[in-house]
Structure formats: C-alpha cells, structure tokens
Write a protein that binds this ligand. Sequence first.
Ligand SMILES: CC(C)(COP(=O)(O)OP(=O)(O)OC[C@H]1O[C@@H](n2cnc3c(N)ncnc32)[C@H](O)[C@@H]1OP(=O)(O)O)[C@@H](O)C(=O)NCCC(=O)NCCS
Length: 147
Amino acid sequence: MREFKKIVSEEGLMRVREMLSGHIPQIKPAYRYYIAVEDGKIKGCVGLKRQTWYMTEIKHLYVKEEYRNQGIGNFLVKEVLKRIKAPVVCCTIAGSNDSNDWSCWIFEGVGFSKRETFVNPDTGHTVSFLTVNMDVVREDQRREVES
Ligand SMILES: CC(C)(COP(=O)(O)OP(=O)(O)OC[C@H]1O[C@@H](n2cnc3c(N)ncnc32)[C@H](O)[C@@H]1OP(=O)(O)O)[C@@H](O)C(=O)NCCC(=O)NCCS
C-alpha cells in the first residue's frame, strides 16, 4: 500500500536529505516535508513552504529514479494539496528536460496554470511560475470522492 506521511523527526529529515542529495543541494528545516512510502521504502518526497498568509509553495518534489513513472509524483502532489490551507498554491519548474515536462503535466493535471516564465540569472535556466486557486482543487477533490 502506498502511504503519505509527514516527516516529524530529525531522523526522517535525514533520510529525505539523503534522498535529495545530488539533486537539491539543501533541504530547509523551515519547510514541511512529506514522503511517499511503499513496501517500507521511501520512494519520493515533497516539501511545503509558507510564503505568506494567502500563498504556500510546493518545493522539492522528487521521486527516486527507480520508482518513476508509477504515479508517485502525481500521488505526492495530490496528497500534499489536501494539507494546504492557504487559498493560493504556487510552484516553479526550472530548466527543460523530461523530468520538467513530467512535473509540468503533474501540476497542470491538478489545475495549476503557468503565470510567468523568466530566466534565473544565477543558473541561466528558464523558470516557469505556476499557481492554482485552492477552490478549484477542492472542487475537483470533492468530485473525485463522489465519483
Ligand atoms: C518529476 C517527477 C517528480 C515525476 O515523478 P513520477 O513519479 O515519475 O511521476 P508520475 O509517475 O506521477 O508521472 C507524471 C507524468 O509523467 C509521465 N512520466 C513519468 N515518467 C515517465 C517516463 N520515464 N517516460 C514517459 N513518461 C513519464 C507519466 O506518464 C505521467 O503522465 P500522465 O499523468 O499523463 O500519465 C520525477 O521525474 C522526479 O523526481 N524528477 C526529478 C526532480 C524534478 O524534476 N522535480 C520537479 C521539480 S518541480
């Protein structure tokens, strides 16, 4: 069974740090992290950062390479959205490769729209900024439960 769990201990945070090392330089203690666990293994993670009272950002969505294309990324985003109380959620997608296309499909699939595209002057990567109104997400979640 696939489970979605909040990281509450320093040990859990260490395991997320290990998983993300090489991909994301630093995990931030101020973010809330969640993991997807299956067969006792951590298969992916996602973080939340509260930007202001009306907007929370989804950060550090990551699925271990050997477990990709099994719906775990999609699962992490859908589950983390259930934990968000802010009325607006945002995320950024940087660069252009297959992974970014896949994450774009995941976010657009749950209602996010691209708002801005710009270049990160530090990395030279093109970055897309996406947002969704939580009313739209909740309406979809309600329909999913009913169907
Ligand atoms: C982006 C990422 C999280 C996707 O995780 P995932 O568990 O593989 O995603 P899912 O299985 O839920 O698939 C999402 C979509 O991508 C497609 N996809 C995923 N892997 C694929 C592959 N190897 N080949 C073709 N399509 C693929 C899926 O078919 C799915 O599309 P669909 O909804 O139309 O079926 C993962 O690739 C990753 O961790 N990448 C590196 C980190 C990263 O780029 N994070 C995003 C930062 S915003």
